[in-house]
Design a protein around this ligand. Structure first.
Ligand code: SF4
Ligand code: SF4
Length: 492
């Protein structure tokens, strides 16, 4: 007879406890999918449990995690989360919750369910500060800035538009440079983002660079992933077929449906782009088997339209991410783009209501809240550690928003080293004032460093969007709990 039920999501590298006793409890672990595509490169060095922590010393006492967060779910299930959970939250039935709270009195792990609770970070060794070990990043991500050109004229864009584009020679050197750094620093995989401007305007160059990257990846025994970041307006059936044949993903920006999108993403003649994107997705991409990730940028202008964009994506079973607008030198004069806290929270809540109504079973937690990741991590993005940006002139920069701050490559043996110490310092959330004790710190990691600096003039403090994160993260967690229940048949 099954007594305890725990639903949770999987973290790569997490192992089952062979030696835990079988007491009839049921743990259902679902696998996470590849991260949802967005402009930035998420930190790829998640925190891990020490594998021996549950067994040594034998009979050591465990107790409830500090900052345990719980919430009610339907059918008497409970959502449980801890900052020290390596992955997302867990969903517990009444028996499992009862067992969890028995650890208010410290005691050794005994039943199989105890080990699952400990693996989920809900129980920690009594009298010791809970710790998670930082993993080595596995993937080196590089933004290849194919061109400054774009057929759209979005007010929040940080690219100074021109007809300039990367030459083939510079592109090939950039690809070589990425693989050099990957080898030198022990990365297992390379991820290329073909971006701009509108990278698809120079599709032959994208194809050429990708063929070369495939060649180098095979030669060096590294995995290769790639994505084209696009406005979704210039795709043909032949281009879509190439994506499928080459295993390259596509991310499309969509900021609303109809007029709401058009107001934020017009073409250079002032005409909207929504109809072209919808046609592309419905008549070119989906029929060819391309399922693009949808990136929704939330500004003060479209906060209330985000819900429609989410519904549009869910209707088509597309992964989506909700990202906050970042003010930049080129956009600062558009005052209606600025993020007004309450307006953003309300707009995001409407979007969450849509998610709850349709409740997709594909993992979505990593896309629900700007820069937040489902797995525990200490840095918001890979800047300075596992991320490089190559400008169209072949310079290397820390972040795509710093295209003007590139350093010449000059045949550097390890280009990653050139961006390890730039104007954006590499700071762990544990070293950010205001974040150190926050329950959400290993998911939010303090938000985008550039946004923090813009608002506070320093990097080592909490995000200017902290109140938004704090208001919405519990709601995002609850949606993940509902998703797990639906996935496993506990909700229809
Ligand atoms: S920015 Fe706010 S929500 Fe995010 S980790 Fe810091 S204190 Fe927590
Ligand atoms: S610094 Fe900000 S904009 Fe740049 S990659 Fe990191 S999170 Fe993204």
């Amino acid at each position: 007879m099954i007594s305890s039920i725990i639903l949770t999501s999987y973290v790569a590298g997490q192992t089952e406890n062979d030696c835990a006793p079988n007491d009839g409890s049921l743990t259902i672990v679902t696998q996470t999918q590849a991260p949802i595509e967005e402009d930035c490169a998420p930190a790829d060095s998640p925190l891990r449990d020490r594998p021996d922590r549950f067994f040594k010393p034998v009979n050591s006492n465990f107790t409830l995690t500090p900052q345990l967060y719980t919430n009610f779910l339907p059918r008497d299930f409970t959502l449980a989360y801890s900052p020290f959970s390596p992955a997302g939250p867990a969903v517990l039935n009444q028996q499992a919750v009862r067992r969890l709270y028995e650890f208010s009195t410290p005691q050794p792990l005994d039943q199989a369910v105890d080990y699952t609770l400990a693996q989920g970070g809900l129980l920690v060794a009594a009298g010791q500060k809970p710790t998670l070990t930082r993993g080595h990043p596995l993937t080196l991500t590089a933004w290849l800035h194919i061109t400054n050109a774009c057929n759209l004229d979005c007010p929040y864009c940080y690219v100074r538009k021109s007809n300039e584009h990367m030459s083939e020679e510079i592109g090939l050197k950039a690809v070589e440079a990425v693989f050099r750094s990957a080898e030198k620093n022990g990365f297992k995989a390379v991820k290329l983002k073909y971006a701009g401007g509108e990278a698809a305007l120079h599709f032959k160059l994208v194809q050429r660079l990708h063929r070369y990257a495939q060649h180098l990846a095979a030669k060096k025994g590294l995995d290769l992933r790639a994505v084209v970041l696009s406005n979704g307006t210039v795709w043909t059936a032949a281009m879509a077929r190439w994506l499928v044949d080459s295993g390259v993903k596509l991310m499309i920006s969509l900021d609303g449906v109809g007029a709401a999108h058009d107001a934020q993403r017009p073409d250079r003649g002032g005409r909207g782009s929504f109809a072209r994107i919808e046609h592309t997705v419905d008549h070119i991409l989906l029929p060819a088997g391309v399922r693009p990730d949808i990136s929704i940028t939330i500004t003060g202008r479209n906060a209330f339209a985000a819900a429609d964009a989410v519904a549009w994506g869910i209707e088509r079973d597309l992964p989506f991410s909700l990202n906050f607008y970042r003010e930049n030198l080129l956009s600062a004069s558009y005052h209606d783009l600025k993020l007004e806290e309450q307006q953003i929270i309300e707009g995001m809540r409407r979007a969450y209501q849509v998610v709850e109504k349709y409740l997709p079973t594909r993992p979505f937690l990593g896309g629900l809240l700007d820069r937040v990741q489902a797995e525990a991590h200490t840095h918001t993005c890979g800047v300075g550690q596992s991320y490089m940006v190559f400008t169209h002139t072949g310079q290397v920069a820390q972040c795509q928003m710093h295209l003007g701050e590139g350093k010449p490559l000059n045949g550097a043996h390890d280009p990653l080293e050139l961006v390890a110490h730039g104007s954006i310092p590499v700071i762990s959330v544990d070293d950010k004032e205001g974040c150190r004790e926050c329950a959400w710190r290993y998911r939010c990691a303090g938000g985008c460093p550039l946004e923090t600096y813009r608002a506070a003039g320093r990097f080592d403090v909490q995000s200017p969007h902290c109140s938004i994160y704090r208001a919405l993260f519990p709601e995002a967690l609850k949606l993940e709990g509902l998703r797990l229940m639906r996935l496993e048949g506990y909700l229809s």
